[in-house]
Ligand binder design. Structure first.
Ligand SMILES: [Fe+2]
Length: 277
C-alpha cells in the first residue's frame, strides 16, 4: 500500500489567511506533496467564525475538510452547513450532546484502495472561553465509532495549554495507535518546534501555527493589541497585514494492511509557506 500524505493547516485568520492558504494549498497540490488537505477555518471570517462563503472558498482552494474550534457557532447562517452530512466540516466533538453540527468530518479515499480519513476536533478544557466536556472521552467515543476497518483518523486538539495538547497526543498514541495517525494542536497560532512521532506510530505537534499575516500578534494588528494590553481599554483588534504565510504540517502515513488497523505515521514535516506577493 502506498504512502498517504496529509497536509494540515493551522487556523486561517481573515482575508490574509485565506489568501495564504489558497497559495500554499495550490503549491502543495502542484508539487504532489499532499494527497489530502485539512484546514482549521474557525478564524476565517475576519478573525472569528466561518461563513458559508469562507467554507466554499477554502474548499475551492483545495481543502478536503474544514475544522472549527471555540468560534464554531459565531456565524449563525453557516450552522445548516455544519449539520449537512455531505459537507466535510465539523465542530468540536466535546460540546453538548444537543449542540448543532457534526462531531466528525470524513474525507473519502484519495485514490482507489487508499484509506478514508476521519477528522475529530476536540476543545481543551483549560483556560478556554467555551465550556467543553472531557476531550479524552470524546476522542474515545468518536474513534471507537469508526466502523470502517481500513479508515485512519486525525485528531485536532484546539486548546490553550501545551500540557493539555501533549496529553491528548500521548493518549491517542497509547490508546488509538493503528487508527489515529496524527494529533495536531491549534488555537495558539504559533507553530511549535516539537514535531515528533509518538510510540513509533502517531505524529504529533503541539501547535501547527496559523495561516495569516505574521507581522502581527496572533494575526491581529500590533498597534491595536499593544493599545489594549497597555491601557486595558476596550479596543477593536483588527486583522493585520504583511508577511502572509500559511503554516502547518505534512504527515506521511503508512496505511498498513487493509482491515488490520495497523496504520502508522512515518513522517511529520512542519511548513510555513510565504505567499508570492
Ligand atoms: Fe480558537
Amino acid at each position: 500500500m502506498s504512502t498517504l500524505t496529509i497536509a494540515f493547516f493551522g487556523d486561517v485568520v481573515g482575508d490574509p489567511g485565506r489568501r495564504a492558504f489558497t497559495h500554499a494549498a495550490r503549491a502543495l497540490r502542484a508539487e504532489r506533496r499532499a494527497d489530502l488537505i485539512v484546514v482549521n477555518g474557525e478564524n476565517a471570517k475576519h478573525g472569528s467564525g466561518l461563513s458559508a462563503d469562507n467554507f466554499r472558498a477554502l474548499r475551492d482552494a483545495g481543502a478536503d475538510a474544514v475544522t472549527l474550534g471555540d468560534h464554531c457557532f459565531r456565524e449563525k447562517q453557516a450552522i445548516p452547513l455544519l449539520d449537512d452530512p455531505r459537507e466535510p466540516v465539523s465542530r468540536p466533538a466535546n460540546l453538548a450532546a444537543s449542540a448543532p453540527g457534526k462531531r466528525t468530518a470524513r474525507v473519502p479515499p484519495a485514490t482507489p484502495g487508499a484509506p478514508a480519513l476521519h477528522i475529530v476536533t476536540v476543545l481543551g478544557r483549560l483556560q478556554m472561553p467555551m465550556p467543553a466536556d472531557d476531550p479524552f472521552a470524546a476522542i474515545d467515543r468518536e474513534i471507537a465509532a469508526i466502523a470502517d476497518p481500513h479508515a485512519v483518523a486525525l485528531v485536532e486538539i484546539h486548546a490553550e495549554l501545551t500540557s493539555e495538547k501533549q496529553a491528548v497526543a500521548w493518549h491517542c498514541a497509547r490508546k488509538w495507535g493503528g487508527v489515529v495517525v496524527g494529533v495536531v494542536g491549534t488555537h495558539t497560532h504559533v507553530q511549535t518546534a516539537d514535531p515528533r512521532i509518538l510510540e513509533g506510530r502517531v505524529a504529533a505537534i503541539t501547535d501547527a501555527g496559523m495561516c495569516g499575516p505574521h507581522r502581527s500578534i496572533l494575526g491581529r494588528r500590533v498597534d491595536d493589541v499593544l493599545r489594549w494590553m497597555t491601557t486595558q481599554a476596550p479596543t477593536v483588534l483588527d486583522i493585520a497585514d504583511g508577511d502572509e504565510r500559511a503554516s502547518g504540517v505534512i504527515i506521511r502515513v503508512d496505511p498498513g494492511q487493509p482491515g488490520a488497523r495497523s496504520a502508522r505515521a512515518i513522517g511529520i514535516e512542519p511548513f510555513s509557506i510565504a505567499s508570492a506577493t
